[in-house]
Design a protein around this ligand. Structure first.
Ligand code: GLU
Ligand code: MG
Length: 449
């Protein structure tokens, strides 16, 4: 990060001999797209933006433009980057990047812009509750080689196996260095259970910065893999019969004035405060609809299955990896700092701005109505008899989108124009993939997330 202004970015770009600076955004389809500016004229483009057709908000992950009123071929917005997010991309060293919002021609936040939606939700949390949501993403992903007969996973090693990490050693070293050079603090790295599956987790930041950084992490995973001749995929279910890729979201509510973590209360269940419990209740109340934002693609529901550590039933649990909302136990000596909740029903085919903005809306509802959660589930919910166990989460993308559309709180938070474009894009993906075969689904998701 270099500073706050356009001229700081231009100076740094010139000093580093950059040729291009990418203006990055994430679409309603969860894919990351960019238009890059040359160095000549960069300052003006940072200030006034790059032109973008409104139609990009109606584009699905198959590059199919959906018929959404007001988002056709006529009409333009501006892609305006935030200079505070500027980084040089270590895997493309003559290239810089910034995260961009979409603005109307007269410089207002565009109501369909997902980054502006999250900024608005973070502001609501500050105004209504005086709090900051700190967020950290755990990225699971799969490494593969493109061979003549298709994609082949990098390894077939065991969960947390050193063999799996060794197979990816050169990649892992470069990924951690690339994140470090962008000021992104790596917390943990290991080989996960699935074929060629790895995981990297990074430190927490306030919601908007965390979502910005999530875009950079996804970019770095794929960019570093490409420089090693590998394909990296964050698709929810890269291989139909093996472990899925989660993108678990850890979150906690902090008081900016005192620097206190308001989720922590040593006397509460799971050392959670009354506020944290109200947030648990709010998230559970809205979880089916929230899945439409956090696990939003056709492929997401191959992953959200019982006994897959992804959380397939609507419940929470303390240290329960089969609960979609887990309260992880705190760490000795850092009890307050480490108090958090983890949303497991979440994957990297989500637009992180929409996912976290939706999470804040659900949390706010729980806090506002002082909701109380049910008792934590401390067994694998799949072991409970159906009549006594928690209900299943949506079982398909279609069911999740129906739940989202039926959720008045989430829909009101998104606002009608954003909600309408989002649902049109995601429902079109359901139509395409539910009519296709498994190979079409796998290729469609593997190569886009
Ligand atoms: N791979 C699992 C998922 O799809 C998560 C495993 C874990 O708990 O880290 O969410
Ligand atoms: Mg994991």
């Amino acid at each position: 990060m270099v500073g706050e202004s356009a001229s700081d970015v231009v100076r740094r770009a010139e000093e580093d001999g950059l040729r291009l600076v990418r203006f990055l955004w994430c679409g309603n389809d969860g894919t990351i797209r960019t238009k890059a500016s040359g160095i000549h004229g960069l300052e003006g483009r940072i200030e006034a933006g790059i032109g973008l057709t409104v139609g990009m908000s109606a584009m699905n992950s198959l590059d199919g433009l959906q018929p959404v009123e007001g988002l056709g071929p006529v009409g333009e917005v501006r892609l305006v980057p935030d200079p505070a997010t500027f980084v040089v991309l270590p895997y493309a060293p003559r290239t810089g990047a910034m995260l961009a919002s979409q603005q109307t021609l007269d410089g207002r936040a565009w109501e369909v812009c997902s980054r502006s939606f999250l900024a608005r939700m973070a502001q609501r949390l500050a105004d209504e509750r005086g709090g900051v949501l700190e967020v950290a993403f755990e990225n699971e992903f799969s490494l593969a080689r493109e061979e003549a007969d298709g994609l082949r996973p990098l390894d077939r090693s065991l969960c947390f196996s050193t063999i799996g990490l060794t197979a990816a050693q050169a990649f892992a070293d470069d990924l951690v260095a690339a994140l470090d050079e962008q000021g992104i603090r790596v917390e943990q790295y290991y080989a996960e259970q699935g074929p060629g599956q790895q995981e990297v987790s990074v430190g927490h930041l306030p919601a908007l910065q965390a979502a910005d950084r999530q875009v950079l992490v996804r970019e770095a995973i794929r960019g570093v893999a490409a420089s090693h001749g590998l394909v990296a995929s964050l698709a929810p279910k890269p291989w139909p019969s093996d472990a899925g890729n989660g993108n678990h979201v850890h979150f906690s509510l902090w008081d900016p004035a005192s620097g206190r973590n308001r989720f922590h209360d040593p006397s509460g269940p799971g050392a959670l405060s009354a506020e944290a419990l109200a947030v648990v209740a709010g998230v559970l109340e809205h979880l089916p609809g929230l899945c439409g934002l956090t696990a939003p693609s056709f492929n997401s529901y191959r992953r959200i299955q019982p006994r897959a550590w992804a959380g397939a039933f609507r419940c929470w649990g303390i240290d329960n990896r089969e609960a979609p909302l887990r309260a992880p136990s705190g760490f000795r000596g850092r009890e307050e700092a480490s108090a958090n909740l983890e949303l497991k029903a979440s994957d990297a085919s989500a637009n992180p701005y929409l996912a976290v903005g939706g999470l804040i809306a659900a949390a706010l509802d729980g806090l506002e109505r002082r909701l109380r959660p049910p008792r934590p589930v401390q067994v694998d919910p799949a072991d409970l008899p159906e009549a006594r166990g928690p209900p299943p989460l949506p079982r398909t993308q279609d069911e999740a989108l129906d739940a989202l559309e039926a959720d008045g709180v989430l829909m009101a938070a998104l606002g009608e124009p954003l909600a309408r474009s989002y649902l049109a894009v995601r429902r079109s993906e359901w139509a395409a993939y539910s009519a296709g075969d498994a190979g079409f689904e796998q290729r469609g998701h593997f190569s886009k997330y």
